[in-house]
Design a protein around this ligand. Sequence first.
Ligand SMILES: [Zn+2]
Length: 102
Amino acid sequence: MNYSVNQKEELVFKCDMCHKEHIIEKNEVMSSFDSTNSDEREMGIEIEHLATISIQCNCGNEIEINISVWEYPEGCHNDESDSIDVENGKLISCFPLELPEN
Ligand SMILES: [Zn+2]
């Protein structure tokens, strides 16, 4: 994983332009997963769960957060591979990501 974990059930990041701190609640993050990629590998199917969250900061900056949560083999969360990318902002920390419910 490429993010630092917090115990607050929140995804926390800053705007690159005005440095305002933004918080998105865990519930909102987990309900944003709406697509998957899958691949057949040795131990079965590998699934990448994808979420994109776009917000506009008060300063006008458009910030986009792309989250990948990995499932491999099927039913197992491979959290080593999880990643969060923030465009036009800087990620501060996030709750431990989980596999989204179907
Ligand atoms: Zn801003």
